[in-house]
Design a protein around this ligand. Structure first.
Ligand code: NAD
Length: 355
């Protein structure tokens, strides 16, 4: 089969890690007889430098014409001036909005060979850790009206419509059916009106999925439960603000930010796939960044945008085999342990794919 992928390398380590992920995607193509073609476009600081804006129209147009979008990361000290009229991160919010990708899936999985990297005591993770945060991505306080009033106070409007909640809830329940049939709905319904609507709608949608166990937690409790008993979670369904915070918390329990992929999906098959980490300017250009988060994002692309489930499983298994064999990039190596660079890690995973 043939698939078109828009490639937005972005800034910092973006080009390095995306290069390795493309290498792995090509290897999957060779092994399974698929053709992947690439349309490379600008985003973030690189786009500001080249054309004066973080999300050129041509980038949006190109992304709307492909089957999936692979993104590295954006941002860096060069563009950090808070008084600048535009920032690289505007490109990120803009492309999510333009693609209508309202569901952000962030798996957090603890790989057995990396268990030492988990900051929790071993007894807290004896049942393993394999959860997905299903975060609403295009609503909530991030997209509400922002203003300062005559007294200088700041206001951010927090709004959720019934339709916005319904569609993300359905995503979460469908996702849970492919996993361990359990959704935890996270909100702040004891205080916030948006959360009360959120909970009512989720209860209604949950009734359509009687085979999925649903429970409800307040976000402050979930923040605690993730540290005390993370194995209880399968799919965490939550809004944009709470999801932003909880998914970072969930990811740090797995040990390294360099390992964690994400998918952002809308109603159709087109999805945006990116590692959860940033552009890591401190290590950019050194060839040492861990490409696994981006490679696992490609596995999510195979599964969610291309419906190539065997190919996705095969790529994930190749990553696990390389870790099992003891290979590490610097971020996941123990102090003093030998480690490999980005390109060598990419090559090892390609080799583990048998290509
Ligand atoms: P970061 O994720 O870039 O880096 C945090 C730490 O993790 C750094 O020490 C970095 O070296 C390390 N790290 C990150 N990814 C790694 C990888 N693949 N391999 C090895 N080590 C890795 O977060 P930050 O330092 O807060 O932000 C740096 C820039 O990235 C900022 O401009 C920020 O706005 C931007 N950012 C972008 C995104 C995105 O594009 N989605 C997300 C977060 C931050």
């Amino acid at each position: 089969m043939e698939f078109k992928v828009a490639v937005l390398k972005g800034d910092g380590i973006g080009p390095e890690i995306v290069g390795e992920a493309v290498k792995c995607l090509d290897a999957i193509g060779v092994r399974f007889g698929h053709a992947f073609t690439y349309d490379e476009r600008l985003i973030g600081g690189a786009a500001i430098d080249a054309v004066g804006e973080p999300l050129p129209l041509e980038t949006v147009d190109a992304c709307l014409r492909v089957d999936a979008v692979l993104l590295g990361a954006v941002g860096g000290p060069k563009w950090d001036d808070p008084s600048a009229p535009m920032r690289p991160e505007d490109g990120l919010l803009g492309i999510r909005k333009a693609l209508g990708v309202y569901a952000n899936l962030r798996p957090a999985k603890l790989y057995a060979p990396l268990a030492d990297a988990c900051p929790l005591k071993p007894n807290r993770i004896s049942d393993g850790l394999d959860l997905v945060v299903c975060r609403e991505l295009t609503g909530d306080v991030y997209f509400g009206e922002k203003r300062r009033d005559a007294n200088g106070a700041g206001h951010d409007d927090m709004t959720y419509t019934v339709g916005e909640i319904e569609r993300i809830a359905r995503r979460a329940f469908v996702l849970a059916r492919g996993r361990r049939n359990h959704v935890t709905c996270v909100d702040k319904a004891n205080v916030l009106e948006t959360s009360r609507v959120w909970r009512e709608v989720v209860e209604r949608v949950a009734a359509e999925y009687p085979d999925v166990r649903t429970d409800y937690q307040y976000v402050d409790n979930t923040a605690m439960q993730l540290v005390i008993n993370p194995s209880q979670f399968d799919v965490i369904l939550t809004g944009n603000l709470f999801g932003d915070i909880l998914s970072d918390e969930a990811s740090c329990i797995t040990g390294s930010i360099g390992m964690l992929p994400s998918a952002s999906l809308g109603d159709g098959k087109l999805g945006l796939y990116e590692p959860i980490h940033g552009s890591a300017p401190d290590i950019a250009g050194k060839g040492v960044a861990n490409p696994i988060a981006t490679i696992l994002s490609v596995a999510m692309m195979l599964r969610y945008s291309f419906d190539l489930h065997e190919e996705a499983d095969t790529l994930e298994a190749a990553v696990e085999r390389v870790l099992d064999a003891g290979y590490r990039t610097g971020d996941i190596a123990k102090p003093g342990e030998p480690h490999v660079g980005s390109a060598e890690m990419g090559d090892l995973i390609v080799k583990a794919l048998g290509v």
